[in-house]
Each structure stands twice: as structure tokens, then as C-alpha cells.
Design a protein around this ligand. Structure first.
Ligand code: TXA
Ligand code: MG
Length: 333
């Protein structure tokens, strides 16, 4: 039987203080949390995920009041963005305080910080923090390179017994990972697109924003080409090429699933058609659950209609391209 929420929360804090892992919901995706100040606890995250040790983790805080405990030389821009978007789906990369663990930062001089906007996450962070500005290091609670979890059931399917407690907060509202903006090197740069857009950030800062530049950026595992990937081969296909791609696949004897705005061109036994949400917010909310369902269905191929090339679809297109790139690989990417 499920424990009462407050007892479960207290249990979560006991586990975290003892250096154990606790998965928890956020508004973006579920996180795999550990005490960010405990090296042995942080090490467990990398083992559970199968993630390379040099990939940095985001530290989740209960409020912006903890900013200076984790970051130094915090620019005004960071305080403005925290005031505007925290709690919310924005991660800021800032120069770290010296005591922040190398295991958390991947040995870099910066740290990623965010205050998530989910009642259960905030309750957990407040209870854990205990007025000491403690933070939880938490990557998305999936196996490295695979699809991020947006429900407690996804977390259990991904990590099983590797995580002693999964707090269940229902389906994540946003559905894709936070926007990451690097404020550690002068001009702000968006490293990962998300629900908070570059235009939203530029509006608050009153200055234009540099778009993602791979060359100068620090390591971001979400910026690798292959990520968020199902096991089944996945291809992105423009709407006007979809009918052709479907017919070719069926002629080759493949069973396929399609996620598209367009209506199915034909009905065939090997073809399953899923109607995609028309607005980007809804599409993002459903995206990872959809990818999991498409992956689990019997079939050799997933075709997804390329989203519109407008800024509101940018973060979704980014995730789909990485999913297509890593799909079908048996090894963790
Ligand atoms: O929405 C989210 O951000 C979710 C929820 C759980 O908060 N977390 C998440 O964590 O997506 P993760 O580890 O899957 O992705 C965080 C990304 C990684 O790609 C990591 O490389 C990058 O943030 N990152 C963390 N610290 C960084 C730093 N100091 N410099 C550059 N990138 C950093
Ligand atoms: Mg991730």
C-alpha cells in the first residue's frame, strides 16, 4: 500500500540524508535525486544511470535564496531570471562555489542550478534543505541516452531496483527537460532549448541572446547528437513525404507506427497511426510517453512527422532529432 504523502516525504529525506537515491517528479521530467554534497550518494546516480562520470548534474534548490551558497560572482542577469522563472523549467549555468563537488560539475568551474515547479519536488527540497541551502543533484531518471521519464511508472521501468524510492507525482506537466542557459561566460547562451524560450529570456534580460554554439559550449550530455532514444528505428519525415515513406516501408514488409498531424493515407494491417497534438505545449507534454508507447508496440519502424519549423516547436524538434539519431542502437549511447 502507498504510504501517506507526508510519511513518504519524511522517508525520502531519511534516505537522502543517508546517501541513498530518491526519484522525484518535477514539472519537466522525473529526476533521480541524491544529496549534492555527498560524493558517495552522487556516485550512485552515475552507476544507476550508466552515465559517464564526466557529465555534470543539475543541482535542484528549494528557492533562489540558495543561489549564493552554490554559485559565486552571480550576475544580475541570473537574479533577474531566477525572479522571473523560478520555480520553473530553467536551469542556469553559473560559476560554482569552491566546495561544490567535482562529481556534480564534471570537474568544470561551473554548476547548473534550478528550482523546479512541482509541489512534491518543492516539498521534498524544503524538507531536505532544512534551512541549510542543501541541494539535490538530479539528472533525468532514465538510463543514459534513453527516453526521459514523465511518470513514476517510467522511472521504475528504466531503473527498477536501482532506486529505493520513487515519489509519485503523476504525469509531468511540461514533459521535456528544462531550458539550460549559460550565464558563466558573459553573454548568455542557450545550451538546451526548453519550455522557457530564448525570446522569453531575452525579454527579461532586455538584451538579445546567443543561440546554442556547440564549439565553445561545455559538455552537456543532452547536446550529444544521440539522446532520448527508443530502441526501435525512428525517422523524422516531412509531412509531404509521409505517404511515400509509409508505402515504401509497407512494401518492404515492415510493420510501422506513425505519429503525425496528417491523416493516414491508407489503412493497412502493418500500420498504426497516432494523431499528434496540434499545439506544441500539449505535444511536449505527451512526447516521451508517446515515444515509449511507439517503442513498445510491435514493429520495426517509427515514423514521426517533422514538426513545424517555428520557434515554439524548437525544443521538441531538438529532442526528436536526437531520438532519431540514437534510435535502434543496442548499446547505451
Ligand atoms: O528538466 C531538467 O533539467 C531535468 C529535471 C530532473 O530537472 N534534469 C535533467 O538533467 O534534464 P540531465 O542530467 O538529464 O540533463 C542536465 C544537463 C546535462 O546535459 C548536463 O550536461 C547539463 O545539464 N549540465 C549540468 N551542469 C552543467 C554545467 N556545469 N555546464 C554545462 N552543462 C551542464
Ligand atoms: Mg537527461
Amino acid at each position: 500500500m502507498k504510504a501517506a504523502p507526508d510519511r513518504e516525504l519524511a522517508h525520502a529525506v531519511v534516505l537522502l540524508r543517508a546517501g541513498e537515491l530518491v526519484a522525484f517528479p518535477t514539472e519537466t521530467v522525473y529526476g533521480l535525486g541524491a544529496d549534492a554534497a555527498n560524493p558517495a550518494a552522487v556516485a550512485k546516480i552515475f552507476t544507476a544511470k550508466g552515465r559517464p562520470a564526466d557529465h555534470p548534474l543539475i543541482v535542484h534548490l528549494s528557492s533562489a535564496a540558495a543561489l549564493d551558497a552554490w554559485a559565486r560572482e552571480v550576475p544580475d542577469s541570473a537574479r533577474k531570471l531566477a525572479a522571473a522563472f523560478w520555480p520553473g523549467p530553467l536551469t542556469m549555468i553559473l560559476k560554482r562555489q569552491p566546495q561544490v563537488l567535482d562529481a556534480v560539475t564534471g570537474g568544470q568551474d561551473t554548476v547548473g542550478l534550478r528550482v523546479p515547479d512541482h509541489p512534491l519536488a518543492l516539498a521534498l527540497l524544503h524538507a531536505f534543505d532544512g534551512g541549510q541551502y542543501g541541494g539535490l543533484a538530479a539528472p533525468s531518471a532514465n538510463r543514459y541516452g534513453r527516453i526521459s521519464p514523465t511518470s513514476a511508472a517510467h522511472v521504475r521501468a528504466e531503473l527498477g531496483d536501482a532506486v529505493p524510492l520513487v515519489l509519485d507525482g503523476g504525469a509531468c506537466e511540461v514533459g521535456i527537460e528544462s531550458t539550460i542557459v549559460d550565464l558563466s561566460r558573459g553573454m548568455p547562451v542557450v545550451l538546451r532549448p526548453g519550455a522557457v524560450s530564448a525570446a522569453d529570456i531575452a525579454r527579461v534580460l532586455g538584451q538579445p541572446l546567443h543561440e546554442h554554439s556547440d564549439a565553445a559550449a561545455p559538455r552537456v550530455s543532452g547536446s550529444l547528437a544521440a539522446h532520448y532514444a527508443p530502441h526501435t528505428t525512428l525517422r523524422l519525415v516531412p509531412g509531404d513525404a509521409l505517404a511515400n515513406a509509409v508505402n515504401t516501408a509497407l512494401a518492404a514488409g515492415l510493420r510501422l507506427a506513425v505519429l503525425a498531424h496528417a491523416a493516414p493515407p491508407i489503412a493497412a494491417p502493418g500500420l498504426t497511426w497516432h494523431a499528434a497534438a496540434g499545439d506544441a505545449t500539449r505535444y511536449a507534454h505527451d512526447l516521451y510517453a508517446r515515444l515509449r508507447a511507439l517503442d513498445a508496440a510491435p514493429g520495426e519502424l517509427i515514423l514521426i512527422e517533422t514538426p513545424p519549423a517555428t520557434t515554439e516547436w524548437l525544443a521538441i524538434t531538438d529532442r526528436l532529432q536526437r531520438a532519431a539519431c540514437g534510435a535502434g542502437e543496442n548499446d547505451e549511447t
